[in-house]
Design a protein around this ligand. Structure first.
Ligand code: 6R9
Length: 658
């Protein structure tokens, strides 16, 4: 189908005009408006930033004197906790519901639903900030860790830390002890907040036990605060561990902590994310630029309004939750849903019942979730009333047109805006999407759409030259944008090397993309050794490291292969240590080992035992070759291979598997 035909698809005519701020504009008109936004330079962002409440206005919009360490809104002073909580609690949204929290446990209905107004949130954030400051002595320049399930304490602790100017690092509660320890050590966190356990698919995840194990190898953690969630017995180490409710009971109900006046370019948080090699990188986000991008995208992409109920189904442990559960929606004074558990627990329609019961109007979910719902069948959706939904987006990986159409029809009733927002941990917020809240272009199934105003995205070839339309290349961001990283924590050289060296002066994303004739971007997937398993970003290198920690494994190569529901899963090729007998249960044992040591988000299609791996003469595993064989694509140039027989070895292993 040509792009013009797609634009003329009937559903674009059917989008209800009353659901939009403006009429739908043509791609040509959008690209003119977009060009004008770029012509303004960094100043374009001033009018957006001015809508935030600054304690002190900035003096310089963009300091580009030391690239690529760009600084936004220099001289400005802000506080993210003030922007999200105080502004609303001290204004007319005081008694408006901020969070509708639903716990996972279920018997004929949800067992727990809790609503927190902006005033409630303000009180809780202040009391926790008081505790962190007075009891634990934390302040500007310190870092702390948060390892919590999706309970209200998670955003509360993030906002309390932000209030004090304490940089926090959240570890996804699906990660294991090693990941917790590595992150705490790299971030040099002094305090770690966790829970006794968390609910996941009706079972308790023993978070405190995992923390105990992690703390055997941490250097800087002095104290642990434990939220009582599941109520099971946990070990409490004297002098180190305390229950939150016990220490909080001594904090006055009306405790108030003045929000710290932090500099726009001071760190707000560190979030670890997987790259091509080595340990996860601690992406550092600042306050002013980051909050500005979130404000823009909450308005443009989500068209957020006071009467909305916003629901982002991601976990706060990933960037999507940081930006579009915690900081974005709360800054806008929205009412939002925070759901603790699995979307399909105890039945496939748990998520639909949440939409129906809480009247969700703006829904932000992922392709992998949509494909899971597809697998269960449409009857789980049609038995509910989803007419409250007026706008939807997806995120995390490319959305296949079939999944888009299916969801658009069943939930969108073929009449509401539905986009696929492209962004990543590093960008802080959405950069490429259709924007129903400002100028919306016609939808096309599977596309991401044009870049948002003020953002210069492009597609380059290997030489760093823009490719012609409809040609595959590397996605790049050509100019600094608010929300960009400050750096990689404790490793600025790596920040320069990973993102700014492939094409000097331009931000290298690591995704393949195509730009079509209408200026729409189609992000095709990662160009490097990073997997997206059910939307979770995982480095193949991390899975290999986890595998070789097993005593039976000598070497391992992990690649991503397509999966109909999860988008991608891992496939491993393992060389066993001499003398290891291939027991039938060894494969299962290895899978279990990785899931225990890395986290249950690691999903393998298969683990194969081989005698050789394709390597270069200098001994580097050629994953490109492994992946090509595993996915049945062109193997390409293998002249640098040390031993061509290794390719046969992989082929043979795959054939045996079939
Ligand atoms: C927000 C988030 C980033 C990677 C990114 C890309 C993929 C995200 C996408 C998408 C196509 C979309 N990605 N959104 N690909 N269409 N709408 O997912 O951050 O976990 O850092 O992952 O996810 O490959 O490079 P993060």
């Amino acid at each position: 189908m040509t792009t013009q035909e797609e634009i003329n698809l009937p559903f674009n005519e059917m989008i209800e005009p009353k659901l939009l701020r403006h009429r739908v504009v043509s791609p040509q008109l959008y690209s003119e408006i977009h060009k004008r936004s770029l012509d303004q330079g960094p100043q374009f962002w001033e009018s957006v930033a001015r809508e935030l409440d600054w304690f002190k206005p900035w003096e310089k919009t963009l300091d580009d004197s030391n690239p690529p360490f760009y600084k936004w809104f220099v001289g400005g002073e802000v506080n993210a906790s003030y922007l999200t909580v105080d502004r609303h609690a001290n204004g007319w949204r005081r008694n408006k519901v901020a969070l509708i929290w639903e716990g996972e446990p279920w018997s004929d209905g949800p067992k727990e639903v809790k609503k927190l107004t902006y005033l409630d949130l303000y009180r809780e954030v202040n009391r926790v900030a008081y505790l962190l400051k007075e009891e634990y002595g934390l302040g500007k320049g310190d870092t702390m860790g948060i390892y919590l399930p999706m309970i209200p304490e998670l955003p509360i602790f993030m906002l309390a830390a932000a209030r004090l100017g304490v940089a926090f690092t959240v570890v996804f509660s699906g990660f294991s002890a090693q990941a917790v320890a590595d992150r705490m050590n790299d971030a040099e966190a002094k305090l770690l907040v966790t829970a006794d356990g968390g609910w996941r698919r009706g079972k308790v995840v023993p978070l405190k036990d995992i923390v105990d194990k992690a703390l055997e190898s941490t250097k800087t953690i002095r104290n642990v605060l434990v939220v009582r969630r599941t109520g099971q017995e946990v070990r409490m180490e004297k002098g180190r561990d305390r229950y939150l409710h016990e220490v909080l009971s001594k904090v006055p109900q009306n405790a108030y902590v003045e929000p710290e006046r932090v500099k726009s370019e001071d760190p707000l948080y560190i979030l670890y994310t997987s790259g091509t090699t080595g340990k996860p990188k601690g992406i550092v986000h600042g306050v002013g630029g980051y909050m500005t991008l979130l404000h823009a995208t909450m308005k443009w992409a989500f068209d957020i309004r006071d009467e909305d109920v916003f629901w982002c189904t991601a976990d706060i442990g990933w960037v999507t939750g940081h930006s579009y559960i915690v900081f974005g929606p709360l800054m806008e004074g929205a009412t939002e849903v925070l759901y603790e558990g699995a979307l399909d627990y105890p039945e496939p329609d748990r998520w639909v019942s949440i939409v129906e019961r809480h009247n969700v109007s703006v829904l932000y979910t992922s392709p992998t979730a949509i494909r899971t719902f597809m697998k269960y069948g449409e009857q789980w959706i049609t038995k509910h009333d989803v007419s409250s939904v007026r706008l939807m987006h997806s995120v995390g990986e490319p959305i296949n047109p079939e999944a888009w159409r299916w969801f658009f029809k069943l939930v969108g009733k073929e009449r509401i805006p539905f986009g696929s927002t492209w962004w990543m941990t590093e960008t802080g917020g959405i950069l490429i999407t259709i924007t129903p809240g400002s100028y919306m272009v016609p939808m096309k199934p599977g596309t991401n759409g044009p870049p948002i105003l003020g953002v210069a995205a492009n597609v380059y070839n290997d030489e760093g030259k823009p490719v012609p339309e409809e040609t595959k290349g590397y996605l790049v961001i050509e100019r600094p944008w608010p929300g960009m990283p400050l750096t990689i924590h404790r490793d600025p050289e790596r920040y320069v090397k990973v993102y700014w060296s492939k094409f000097p002066g331009t931000f290298y994303v690591g995704d393949y993309a195509v730009k079509d004739k209408d200026g729409y971007f189609w992000i095709l997937g990662r160009a490097d050794e990073v997997l997206k398993i059910a939307g979770h970003r995982i480095g193949t290198y991390e899975l290999e490291s986890a595998l070789i920690q097993h005593p039976a494994v000598a070497e391992a190569a992990v690649v991503g292969v397509p999966d109909p529901v999860r988008g991608e899963v891992a496939e491993a090729f393992v060389i066993l240590r001499g003398g290891t007998s291939v027991r039938p249960e060894l494969k299962e044992e290895l899978v279990k080992f990785v899931r225990e040591n890395y986290g249950p988000i690691a999903v393998f299609r298969e683990i194969h035992f081989v005698n050789k791996l394709p390597k270069t003469r200098s001994g580097k595993i050629m994953r490109r070759v492994v992946r090509a064989v595993a996915t049945g694509s062109e193997v390409g140039d293998i002249t640098s291979l040390e031993d061509e027989a290794s390719v046969e070895e992989i082929r043979k292993a795959l054939q045996e598997f079939k």
